[in-house]
Write a protein of this length. Structure first.
Length: 572
């Protein structure tokens, strides 16, 4: 039955003679007044909220910078921020707190930089390094002329960039520090770059993949903008990874060559085979031991020749060691010192006490290679007992140059001291153990240093942080293997139609896979990312993102499982 219709006369407003609403003053005006007050109140509230939001946006600045890049010219300098050694430049830092920091930059052959900086944004920090000009007393023009001659000679001898401070590239960079527009130096840099490429290709074709790896590493370090070099280095690393099964035979051959006395002369030597093994497996302990033994033989031969008065033979052995082991930054100053002594000269004085003072000052300035030369001289002179600060400065200098065996030797001699050298040495030994992957020893040393109250170099708060990180990492390593999980989700298609389909989202050791009623896709662990917001989860793929609806608990379980699978994959 239809509802009764209302009388149409009841729906019409009462009007006056000119057609205006007769009851306007009774009903309309109060309503409009009410709406006007609501509008004004809402506007005032909106203005207040905007003002508060603006104040909060200004006051609540981020407490840390997500990413900060530190660059140096030339690259490859050691970067230390607030006493924490971070590695060679260029380097990308994460989570750097806003505010004042102490920045220290050191590089062999260049003046160190130590300054207070204020970090307030993500703008890159870039510093130009000044070379330590050994052409003392010469004008800039005369120094450039001397470096030009040295660069030409080094290039003709095949000393392209290693060791850096006596190479064609090193001299070219010294010229550019004095005269940035110098065309000879620019051309020499490009000539060296092409020579390194040719040498890398030639070494690779001869099967000397370790030498090719060294050349590509030099290209990437000295020419950081060269994308072609980076791509070639990545390609070579893939080839080496595919040949990791050759390591055992290479190590055995290196051991046989070492026992036969064939150490370093050709591509059938112990040095050659050990380098090939390490190129395929950087952590191979037997190969490292063989290389250390080869270096020790060369250094011992050099010292013995020097003791017999055969100075040229001694320097020849040391030069060979410096060429084969360019990472040993302490060798170059030692060689220069011996050359000066052979020529009846001196780095400054033969007085061990004066050399001790000079070495400690060099350590304080971050001139670690020079400090090693002076401090070793003062200790080996046998005049007076070296104090704990001397042993610590010497060990720490070796540590900063990544000569861990020597560093450990001298740091262990800092014992029973009431000065800050004792806890600092113990904590430094913890750093060395951690760098070697020995977490239990590192943890024990950090706790010992903390029990002594820490030091200026290793404050108690920093030691507590190191201990906590190791303990968390140890606990994670003890956790059981991650288990694959599958969750039921609704895939949001997006676009204009905003459709959806249901399906199963799975994560396991191979990656992530979605099987839906309308769509199916998969991705490996390396290229996938995930974020969760309430009951919505976003899967980030290399070229797109996919959104899913699911319970918040399932989203958290899925994200945790993915994180653990990715962590396991990064270890392998």
């Amino acid at each position: 039955m239809d509802a009764p219709k209302a009388d149409s006369s009841e729906l019409q407003p009462i009007t006056d003679e000119v057609g205006h609403s007769a009851n306007r003053s009774v009903h309309t005006e109060p309503a409009r007044g009410k709406f006007r007050w609501l509008a004004v109140s809402s506007g005032l509230l909106l203005i207040i909220l905007i003002t508060i939001g603006t104040i909060l946006a200004v006051v609540r600045r981020p407490s840390s910078i997500s990413q900060l890049v530190v660059r140096t010219v030339p690259p490859g300098a050691e970067i230390t921020l607030d006493s924490r050694q971070l590695g060679p430049s260029p380097i990308k830092l994460e989570g750097v707190s806003v505010g004042a920091h102490r920045l220290t930059i050191t590089k062999d052959g260049f003046e160190p930089i130590s300054e207070d900086i204020t970090i307030s944004g993500s703008d890159p920090v870039e510093r130009w390094l000044k070379p330590i000009l050994d052409a003392g007393g010469l004008s800039a023009e005369e120094q450039i002329k001397q470096y030009t001659t040295s660069a030409d000679e080094a290039f003709k001898n095949g000393d392209y960039c290693m060791p850096y401070d006596s190479s064609a590239l090193g001299y070219a960079d010294k010229i550019l520090q004095l005269e940035p527009s110098n065309q000879f130096a620019k051309d020499m840099r490009e000539t060296v770059r092409r020579a390194l490429y040719r040498s890398a290709l030639d070494a690779s074709q001869r099967g000397n993949l370790a030498l090719a790896q060294d050349y590509y590493a030099a290209l990437v370090e000295r020419y950081p903008e060269d994308d072609e070099a980076k791509a070639a280095a990545v390609k070579l690393e893939g080839q080496l990874a595919a040949r990791k099964g050759e390591v055992r035979d290479l190590v055995r051959t290196a051991q046989e060559a070492f026992r036969a006395g064939d150490l370093n002369e050709d591509e059938r030597s112990a040095y050659f085979y050990a380098k090939q093994a390490l190129a395929r497996d950087r952590q191979n302990v037997p190969a490292k031991e063989i290389l250390n033994s080869v270096k020790e033989r060369l250094l011992t031969a050099g010292d013995s020749a020097w003791a017999r008065g055969e100075f040229d033979l001694a320097l020849k052995n040391l030069e060979q060691a410096s060429r084969l082991f360019p990472e040993d930054k302490a060798l170059r100053p030692h060689i220069r010192d011996l050359e000066a002594r052979r020529n009846g000269e001196n780095r400054g004085t033969r007085d061990p006490a004066a050399r001790r003072v000079q070495g400690l000052a060099e350590y304080g300035r971050g001139e670690f290679a020079e400090a090693i030369s002076d401090l070793k001289y003062s200790i080996e002179s046998g005049q007076g007992a070296p104090g704990p600060e001397v042993y610590f400065a010497l060990g720490r200098s070796y540590q900063m140059l990544h000569q861990l065996d020597y560093a450990e030797h001298y740091l262990l001699r800092v014992t029973g001291s009431t000065s800050e050298a004792h806890p600092s040495a113990i904590a430094a030994l913890g750093d060395i153990a951690l760098e070697r992957g020995d977490q239990p020893t590192a943890l024990r040393q950090y706790k010992r240093a903390l029990s002594l109250g820490g030091s200026t170099l290793y404050p108690a708060a920093d030691l507590e942080d190191k201990i906590a990180r190791i303990e968390v990492r140890t606990q994670q390593e003890k956790s059981p293997e991650p288990a694959p999980i599958s969750v039921q989700v609704k895939h949001q298609h997006g676009g204009i139609l905003k459709g959806s389909c249901s399906g199963t989202l799975t994560v396991n050791s191979t990656g992530v896979r979605f099987d839906g009623t309308e769509h199916t896709f998969a991705s490996n662990l390396v290229t996938v990312g995930v974020s969760v917001s309430g009951s919505e989860m976003t899967i980030k793929l290399p070229n797109r993102s996919e959104k899913f609806s699911l319970s918040h608990g399932d989203a958290e379980r899925f994200m945790n499982a993915l994180t653990r699978f990715q962590g396991e994959a990064s270890k392998n």
